[in-house]
Design a protein around this ligand. Structure first.
Ligand SMILES: Cc1cc2nc3c(=O)[nH]c(=O)nc-3n(C[C@H](O)[C@H](O)[C@H](O)COP(=O)(O)OP(=O)(O)OC[C@H]3O[C@@H](n4cnc5c(N)ncnc54)[C@H](O)[C@@H]3O)c2cc1C
Length: 206
């Protein structure tokens, strides 16, 4: 299959994704070269981050600042993707110096540390906090990923005290037996992991 289309490597990002009641997501918030094929994914990530925050705000259940967290969390991701896309555009230039640089990068990608670095950057694996929840097998044999489909908050813990503190949020939060302890947001991102903060739900639930 072939396609006849035109596009450029124009790269732009809105300074903020929120101005009062106006919220930007997807290509309205950021554009960049299609190189690397990340634009659509970036927009879906915006929508997932924004959707549950907007719903909580509309229902009057959002803690102070929850909606502002949308720009705080997604703007750096957009800037990061644009950096990678810019780098790929630079590597794709047809001049001799860019060809030499491509050869050097290709050599680096042939090394284990080089390939590992790129894979970690693209897949986002590494530290858990602020990342998509890993697919843990829980104590009851179920997969954490399956529970993420419910779009509820998920609290993974073996601590009965923490379970008791979560009872007030039972309409929006599911407690799951397992380790490491973590709070997973409705968009599947880890709010915290390991030692719970002093008020484990304060930033997320009201
Ligand atoms: C050649 C090419 C290849 C790509 N390949 C990939 C890829 O492999 N992987 C990837 O993740 N991304 C890819 N992308 C990027 C991806 O296509 C975009 O990031 C994505 O489509 C943006 O989605 P969006 O909904 O934010 O915006 P859009 O898809 O632009 O949707 C906006 C919609 O709003 C409508 N609209 C505009 N103004 C108005 C108005 N005033 N009233 C009502 N409706 C309006 C438009 O008609 C449009 O339907 C590629 C892009 C290009 C150009």
């Amino acid at each position: 299959m072939s396609a006849a289309t035109r596009y450029t490597d124009a790269t732009r990002q809105a300074v903020t994704y929120r101005a009062g009641r106006v919220l930007l997501a997807g290509d309205a918030a950021h554009i960049h070269s299609p190189a690397g094929g990340q634009g659509l994914n970036l927009g879906i990530g915006d929508a997932m981050n924004l959707g549950w925050k907007l719903a909580a705000t509309v229902r009057g259940r959002a803690p102070e600042g929850l909606l502002d967290g949308y720009t705080e969390e997604r703007h750096p991701v957009g800037a990061w993707v644009q950096g990678w896309s810019d780098a790929q555009s630079a590597l794709g230039r047809p001049d001799a110096r860019s060809a030499a640089l491509r050869a050097v990068v290709a050599d680096l990608l042939d090394t284990v540390p080089g390939a590992t670095y790129v894979l970690k950057q693209i897949s986002g694996v590494g530290r858990l906090h602020g990342r998509v929840a890993p697919d843990l097998v829980l104590d009851d044999g179920s997969d954490l990923a399956r529970h993420c489909r419910t779009a509820r908050f998920l609290l993974v813990t073996r601590d009965p005290g923490l379970v008791a503190r979560a009872e007030g949020f039972a309409d929006r939060l599911t407690v799951l037996p397992g380790s490491p302890a973590m709070l997973v947001r409705p968009d599947g991102f880890v709010a915290w992991t390991g030692e719970p903060p002093a008020d484990p739900f304060a930033h997320w639930l009201r």
